[in-house]
Ligand binder design. Structure first.
Ligand code: FAD
Length: 480
């Protein structure tokens, strides 16, 4: 039987359930549709860059196996039935997605194809557990991470990841579709002028091979001590797998089994591996939340926050985005994000807390900026994490827990090397003042050519003032 594999957030050959099923049955038509329809949230700039590179890598690996990736642009609800008819497809095969708009589209498409006599099969290839497979004893969605992850782990090992198909027998592109198939450049995913992607190109290797390499390097090195070091933005202590996972260049099943194999070979690693897998668990939990709350990126999970008195302050928002707040750890992090499309988890929490609490700016503004600038901008992880910091999310940090950017910097970047790397204009400061330049002695400032307010900003808000204002704002919500 002939199959159409519709690639979406699963840009890989290995452990790709939809592709494996299709390739084992007969000829395959591999399709990616760039969908910028009004009901879909448009991808941000950094994610578009990644997508472009990842599609190029996928096309090459498919060709190496005898297959071919066809790219189209538009509404899948129209394109897919047209391709199915033109190619005489028997079965359409895809791996599931979980955000509200995608679920609605896939559900409607499936019904239409079935009505037209075409079989549709969907697979789970991007989560360890489907969002509906884990529930409370009364059958309701989980709201707290620890019992969620306990229940997930109690299900035992996830299925063994499958290999890439040995060969793919490509279905030829019918003449009537020739005009619809686009070259990658026609999708215009990468920036041209200005080309802001230089730092991204330097930092990353998108695609399945890059993902596999990142996993192997992590399990060879930083996994040792991950539990201790994962909070340190000044060290390369985490896997940096997030964009690879976001685009499905690697599956959580592959990660799970590779990490457990590492612990099996070196039993002393088991604690670090368990901690690492629990972070994969947070990703699973975010998808669980997104599936049950399709409005996660726009609506407070806890509706009590609907009345929160956010401030409109475009100047402060701009300073935060550009890494010009006068708080070195915040500015370093925001510049790392802008330059590389990624930011370390600890400082993601710190910059989010600063925006939401010290600046009293709506978490949705921060979520949107991250969405545009992160290569791993994820429909589940991003809003779930922002709501977690805001205190409006499920199992969230309480709003009154306000990170102090100075003490966070001193604790997690103790030598200031992270700040010096990303905020070079204050790199000459000593360890005592690197996280609070306004405390540096005039002689030190003079010796390092730093003029606060000129070469580096004064703090845009005093910490105690910001803190008090945030707590006052919280108090307006009244009790629970
Ligand atoms: P590792 O520590 O190596 O973890 C391995 C994997 O586990 C990650 O790749 C990721 O898939 C998952 N993971 C780790 N921490 C978390 C977490 N707290 N929540 C959910 N999944 C996690 N992650 C994204 O993938 N996309 C986002 O858009 C995103 N936005 C965030 C926004 C804020 C405000 C915060 C506080 C966190 C956000 N995170 C997001 C979660 C986390 O910061 C990143 O997943 C992590 O920093 C990626 O680096 P890593 O791959 O080296 O992580």
């Amino acid at each position: 039987a002939s199959s159409l594999v519709w690639f979406r957030d699963d840009l890989r050959l290995a452990d790709n359930s939809a592709l494996a099923a299709a390739a084992s049955r007969g000829p395959v038509f591999c399709l990616y549709i760039h969908d910028e329809g009004p009901e879909r949230r448009p991808l941000g700039g950094a994610a578009r860059w990644w997508l472009s590179r990842s599609l190029a890598a996928l096309a090459k690996s498919l060709t190496d196996k005898g297959g071919a990736l066809v790219l189209m642009q538009g509404d899948p609800a129209r394109i897919l039935p047209e391709v199915v008819a033109a190619c005489g497809i028997d079965i359409v095969s895809w791996n599931r997605r979980y955000d509200g708009a995608a679920v609605a589209l896939d559900t409607a498409l499936k019904a239409n194809l079935l009505a037209a006599g075409v079989k549709v099969e969907s697979h789970n290839a991007n989560l360890l557990n489907e969002p509906w497979e884990i529930a409370t004893t009364s059958g309701t969605p989980m709201k707290v991470f620890t019992p969620y992850w306990r229940a997930a782990r109690a299900k035992g090992e996830p299925a063994t990841p499958g290999p890439a198909p040995e060969r793919i027998d490509a279905l030829p592109l019918p003449p009537q579709l020739k005009k619809r198939a686009l070259p990658l450049e026609a999708l215009a995913l990468e920036p041209t002028a200005p080309d802001w992607a230089g730092g991204l190109r330097e930092a990353w290797m998108p695609g399945e091979a890059g993902a596999r390499q990142a996993l192997a390097e992590f399990l060879d090195g930083p996994i040792r001590g991950y539990g201790e070091e994962r909070d340190r933005p000044d060290k390369a202590a985490t896997s940096r797998l997030s964009p690879h996972l976001r685009f499905g260049e690697l599956s959580p099943r592959q990660i799970w089994h590779a990490a457990q194999a590492a612990a099996h070979a070196h039993p002393a690693l088991q604690g670090d591996v368990d901690k690492f897998l629990s972070e994969i668990g947070w990703r699973e939990f975010s998808y669980h939340l997104l599936f049950h709350n399709p409005g996660l990126a726009t609506a407070n999970y806890n509706r009590r926050f609907d009345r929160f008195p956010w401030r409109n302050d475009s100047a402060a928002l701009r300073a935060w985005r550009r890494g010009q707040t006068g708080y070195p750890i915040i500015d370093a992090s925001m510049r790392e994000l802008w330059t590389t499309g990624w930011m370390h988890n600890r400082v993601r929490m710190v910059v989010a807390s600063f925006l939401i609490k010290h600046l009293l700016i709506d978490w949705r503004e921060g979520e949107a900026w991250f969405w545009d600038t992160l290569v791993d901008a994820d429909p589940a992880n991003n809003p779930a994490s922002w709501q977690w910091v805001a205190g409006s999310g499920a199992d969230a940090a309480p709003y009154f827990r306000i990170f102090n950017p100075v003490t966070q910097g001193e604790k997690f970047d103790p030598k200031g090397s992270y700040v010096r790397r990303w905020v070079p204009e204050i790199a000459g400061l000593g360890d005592k003042s690197i996280h609070q330049p306004w405390k540096a002695r005039p002689a030190e400032l003079a010796a390092t050519n730093i003029r606060l307010g000129e070469t580096y900003p004064e703090p845009i808000i005093a910490l105690d003032l910001g803190r008090r204002r945030a707590l006052d704002a919280l108090a307006t919500l009244g009790g629970n």
